[in-house]
Ligand binder design. Structure first.
Ligand code: GLV
Ligand code: MN
Length: 197
């Protein structure tokens, strides 16, 4: 989904003072082999959180070598009983493969149709760009997935946090009307997602 590169590579200079759509290239003379390899997806992330999951990202911000290449990958670890909560990527399609465990993968269209399947090791899935999706560990063991994107910076908005954990807070009368619930329900959900700052 990203635009095409205009040179072989353009390793991101994340500290550049100019801002462009993407990142400027660091000088080719400063580029080394290390710029094209990344070990940030090699270790299990901590799933000790309310969702029981962890997403390790190999996007342009962590792996500057993907700048302008239109690709990136994540590692997703999910504890038994956990899930990678409903979220969407505004700038990317997603594909993924289950490496360990049993996982319910699902997404919802703009027309509110829900597509899902229980996957096991080696099985692959695809999530069209921008659509809400999740992965839930439905097994008794840890689950591990790798996901791949056609963007160097897919972006990820988690549905619950994106509405109930904003800064500043969205007014309660918006959320009570939108979800057809009382303010105490909205406050209860907000209390789970509000940042402490
Ligand atoms: C999984 O949905 C991911 O975004 O890596
Ligand atoms: Mn995703």
């Amino acid at each position: 989904a990203d635009s095409d590169p205009l040179q072989d590579f353009c390793v991101a200079d994340l500290n550049a003072t100019v801002t462009v759509n993407g990142f400027p290239c660091k000088p080719a003379s400063a580029v080394t082999s290390d710029d094209f390899f990344f070990d940030g997806l090699s270790k299990e992330g901590s799933t000790d959180n309310i969702f029981g999951s962890s997403v390790s990202r190999g996007n342009v911000l962590s792996f500057p070598g993907v700048n302008t290449l239109g690709i990136s990958m994540n590692r997703v670890d999910i504890a038994p009983g956990g899930m990678n909560a409903p979220h969407w990527h505004p700038r990317s399609d997603e594909s993924g493969v289950v490496i360990k465990g049993r996982v319910l993968v699902g997404f919802v269209t703009t027309g509110n149709v829900f597509y899902s399947k229980n996957l096991t090791v080696g099985q692959m899935f695809v999530i069209p760009r921008g659509l809400v999706h999740f992965q839930q560990n439905i097994g008794k063991e840890k689950a591990l997935l790798y996901t791949a994107f056609n963007s160097q910076n897919p972006g990820a908005a988690v549905a619950s946090v994106n509405l109930f954990g904003t800064t500043p807070s969205i007014p309660n009368d918006v959320l009570t009307k939108a979800f057809q619930v009382d303010a105490n329900v909205v406050n209860g959900i907000k209390s789970k997602f509000e940042s402490s700052t």
